[in-house]
Design a protein around this ligand. Structure first.
Ligand code: FAD
Length: 488
């Protein structure tokens, strides 16, 4: 049995804590906040409850797997449902589209509303599913820095299919070639934002992302997204993991290129293995100042961040679903603003999520809890107070225009997050939601690995390291790190 210290209780930290406890290790998790979950937090305001971070839950089997590994029935801890509807789309010219859990229904809707061939849409959804399996076996479930990843039978299958993985084109160009209506292109381009990237730059390989929603499903956990870290916390505690909440780590100690322990604001601890679930940049710049940092990896462009308005509304809107998108008319300009000019367009695409459509207790009777997210650049010292004020006005106008209702008259509770606040609450560099952006075809190789020979016995999990951000990939990072640790 080894002693393992983990910095941070985000999804990566929780996943690794559970896997390590199941492997028989003594595990302690240090968390700066008074709660576990990192970006999976919640906000309560005037009778409304909001999930502060993620709103879309995909690949729930990756969470279930942790309970099964721990010898428990996941349904005794948390439950979820597959949503019958995926998303409602709104364009300024009045075009409306609803996509559904059944891929054939989505294909039929895109055919009737956007004039595509239903067969082409169905074939696209099938192909991205096949590509997903090739890529996930190679890139998502393994370390890119283990020789076995590149020499096994799965790698050979990957090499044989390299031509269909879209490494040499951008997501936007491949969608443009595939579909005739620019609105269909925009709809599938949108999925680049699921890892905080730009569809006009990110490789077409990432066209696999909608597979998760359209072929596997968009899920909703009972009690909201917050129930995921809470259930994992309960499981980890039952497995013997010790949580030191409100105990911020100030240093990862090393000796002879080997991690040896942690220093916190409350004491010093020795461990056989350490794992950092903190973003790589503050991990190196604040916790590992004595070690040389991999500058090239740390200096990669960041993924987008977000401005999120949490609005309590005093009425409900039948034309809205759980997930809704109000598209900008200038999509390319929106991404240019975010990734080149580091600013925000006046007409940004708006994502509006309403958990109270499913979880009635999230809003007072008759009302709705609106979570409104806009993609924005990571924090580089922009005047966020001015940006938030301007964006609030623009969002209010766009939603009022599209819904034909003066929204402001129905707003009864209000809060917000911006990149500065996200950074403060989760230590993520610049408040980036998904670590580095994946805006070039080498991005997967420019993510920090889950283990580096330069500092032995130190592992890395979470959205800023391989394989990337988002709940499922953070859980995969924990799986890879646990495997690497067991191979030591
Ligand atoms: P994080 O959540 O980043 O947590 C890291 C933890 O480490 C924090 O709790 C922090 O306090 C702690 N920590 C850091 N430094 C220290 C230290 N020195 N000492 C002690 N503790 C420390 N993903 C999806 O799958 N679906 C979505 O719909 C989605 N939407 C999102 C919307 C928003 C607004 C945000 C913010 C994120 C969203 N994401 C979404 C992304 C997803 O939330 C993240 O990729 C994922 O939760 C990151 O997990 P992590 O393991 O990297 O840890």
């Amino acid at each position: 049995m080894s002693k393992i210290g983990i910095v941070g209780s985000g999804m990566g930290g929780l996943g690794l804590a559970i896997r390590s406890a199941v492997a028989g290790h003594e595990v302690t998790v240090f968390e700066a906040n008074p709660y576990v979950g990192g970006k999976l937090a919640q906000i309560e305001k005037d009778g409304f409850r909001f999930d502060a971070g993620p709103s879309l839950f995909t690949m729930p089997h990756l969470v279930d797997e942790l309970f099964t590994l721990g010898g428990k029935n996941p349904r005794d801890y948390f439950s979820y449902e597959r949503l019958p509807e995926i998303c409602r789309y709104f364009w300024e010219d009045g075009t409306r589209l609803q996509t559904n859990a059944e891929p054939a229904e989505t294909a039929a809707a895109i055919a009737s509303e956007l004039g595509e061939s239903a067969e082409n849409v169905s074939a696209f959804l099938r192909e991205i599913g096949e590509n997903y399996h090739i890529i996930s076996e190679l890139f998502l479930d393994n370390s890119l820095h283990s020789l076995s990843t590149w020499t096994g039978s799965k790698a050979l299958k990957g090499y044989a299919n390299l031509h269909r993985l879209g490494l040499f084109s951008t997501m936007h160009r491949s969608h443009e070639k595939r579909f005739k209506n620019p609105k269909t292109v925009q709809l599938f381009d949108r999925y680049a934002t699921y890892n905080g990237s730009d569809p006009y730059q990110t490789p077409a390989t990432l066209s696999i992302i909608p597979h998760l929603e359209y072929n596997i499903g968009a899920f909703f956990p009972k009690g909201g997204i917050i129930s995921i870290p809470r259930a994992l916390h309960k499981l980890a505690t039952e497995l013997g993991v010790q949580f030191q909440l409100e105990e911020k780590v100030s240093q990862i100690t090393t000796s002879n290129n080997t991690a040896t322990g942690l220093v916190t604001d409350k004491g010093s601890y020795s461990f056989d293995y350490i794992a950092s679930n903190a973003d790589i940049r503050p991990s190196y710049e604040k916790l590992l100042t004595q070690e040389p940092a991999p500058k090239k990896l740390l200096n990669q462009p960041k993924s987008s961040s977000g401005i999120i308005f949490y609005w309590g509304m005093d009425r409900s809107f039948d034309e809205l679903g759980v997930h809704n998108i109000f598209f900008s008319d200038d999509y390319q300009g929106e991404f240019k603003a975010i990734f080149e000019d580091k600013t925000i367009n006046d007409d940004p695409t708006i994502y509006l999520h309403i958990s109270s459509k499913v979880e009635k207790g999230d809003a007072p009777v008759g009302g709705e809890n609106w979570f409104i997210l806009m993609n924005v650049p990571a924090n580089e010292g922009q005047d966020w107070d001015a940006v938030v004020a301007k964006m609030r006005k623009n969002v209010m106008a766009k939603l009022s225009r599209n819904l034909g209702v003066d929204i402001e008259k129905h707003l009864v509770a209000e809060d917000y997050l911006d990149p500065r606040r996200i950074e403060e609450r989760t230590s993520s560099s610049g408040g980036a939601l998904y670590g580095n952006a994946s805006n070039n075809r080498f991005a997967a190789f420019l993510r920090h690995p889950n283990y580096r020979k330069a500092i032995k016995n130190l592992y890395w999990v979470g959205g800023s390291v391989h394989p990337g951000g988002g709940i499922p990939l953070c859980l995969s990072s924990a799986k890879i790190a646990a495997k690497l640790m067991s191979e030591k």
